[in-house]
Design a protein around this ligand. Structure first.
Ligand SMILES: [Zn+2]
Length: 179
């Protein structure tokens, strides 16, 4: 055995034998192969906590998505809500100019939807998109049923610049969602 081979304890800086597993002065475990080495123990503890934390986050994300936005998703039923007709009215109100869009919506699916998102695209007399608006309707449309709607828009241009309007349904949520 080579008694000259020495090293420094990383915990107390004492010069100790290179083969030592435990520092004879501070009693710390030096070997990296032992759980009793505090650095190894800390790394393992952090790994376990990180994995446990990940599991908790995954679980609650899953639970909350089931509560607040459960399937079936409208993304899988795009086109089941159709706009049967829509009209555009202009009116000056005490709060300023407004565009009112009224229409009838039909649901061609077996799923009742609510929280319906409308996307309005306004085409100007020059043929270009001159204004856009998204609106959300909190009313419910039952399976295979019709529903009337009204969207109110504060225009950014003068009334006479609006030539046409196109309306799209961009999203909806099924009525099992809680809010
Ligand atoms: Zn030591």
């Amino acid at each position: 055995m080579n008694y000259e081979s020495k090293k420094t304890c990383p915990f107390c800086a004492e010069t100790i034998l290179a083969a030592a597993k435990i520092c004879p002065r501070c009693r710390q475990w030096i070997s990296w192969r032992s759980f009793r080495n505090p650095v190894v123990g800390l790394i393992i503890t952090l790994c376990v906590m990180f994995m446990a934390g990940g599991c908790v986050v995954f679980f609650f994300t899953h639970v909350f998505s089931r509560i607040f936005n459960p399937p079936p998703y409208y993304a899988d039923h795009v086109g089941s809500l159709q706009i049967l007709q829509s009209n555009m009215f202009f009116k000056d109100t005490t709060n300023g100019p407004r565009i009112y869009i009224t229409g009838i919506l039909t649901n061609q699916s077996q799923i009742a939807w609510h929280d319906i998102e409308f996307e309005c695209r306004f085409v100007g007399t020059n043929g270009n998109l001159i204004d856009a608006y998204t609106s959300r309707s909190y009313s419910t449309i039952q399976a295979n049923d019709d529903s009337a709607f009204r969207v109110t828009v504060a225009p950014i241009k003068d009334f006479q610049e609006y030539a046409n309007m196109k309306l799209f349904i961009s999203n909806a949520r099924n009525v099992k969602s809680l809010y």
